[in-house]
Design a binder for this molecule. Sequence first.
Ligand code: HSE
Length: 308
Amino acid sequence: MQYIKVFAPGTVANLGCGFDVMGLTLDGVGDLMEIGVEKGAEGFSIRNESGVVLPEKIEENVITPAVRMMSEAYGEPVRIEIRLLEKIVPGSGIGSSAASSAAAVYGINELLGRPFSGRQLVEFAMQGEALLGGTAHADNVGPALLGGVVLIRGYEPLDIVRLPVPDNFFYAVVHPDIVVSTKMAREALPREIPLAKAVTQWGNVGGLVAGFALGDVELIGRSMCDVVVEPYRKGFIPDYDLLKSGALEEGALALNIAGSGPSVFALTADYDTACRVADRMKAHFDARNVGCRPYAGRVSNVGARIVE
Ligand code: HSE
């Protein structure tokens, strides 16, 4: 059996207007696991030593469908052991499930001698997302595996574009103690959208991609606007409009819901502003007796990796 330790970062999906097609990588928060692989043997186990409560049945762990699809594609017997050491709290909205399945498939691929491409790893890791929300979206697993800002240009076939992250780009994320499952947040969305809203939305998605490509943080900020999903999900977060106006007053370029929530994220052009915005968002939840955990850091260009 050969062992390695792998880290995969937290991620923010959607980035406002890019529902299910855009995501970015957070520095300083993620999952850490030890992975063991033995070729020519059979078996699969997950041991949770992270201290975070997870489903006990292996079939209910998001890692399982990702590893199963990967093993089938590999086609030869392989025994896999996973020991979870550090874990983003599930339901936080910063890509907890994606970090787990991304770290697992990345590490197994390394130990097998890299038989699979980055795109294939994304396809395997997406299966874990399907277990939770019913849909195999890649806007968390893409950045968790590949790092940076990721655009999923298409799903059938999967077409992933990595966009450069400007140097002066920071995040503030706050995870309030509110339970919003991905399933619940997806069920809140309308099945159809009016053409006028679609026009606004694709203008913003184009602006966002252009902003990243040009390194124009102001353009990124004003494009991170969502008229399709945010109006239906903001009700899960207490006084969301006030939270947003407070963050913008504090100097944030934009604020939106992180993935399906309940975390919210803001982007800023410097670290001090990110810290101030995180404090302001924490004060918002404190004032409403909602516990929360704030984070601030740099948007990262690095995805899943071997550590130690
Ligand atoms: N794009 C997904 C959603 C992310 O918003 O439902 C969920 O983690």
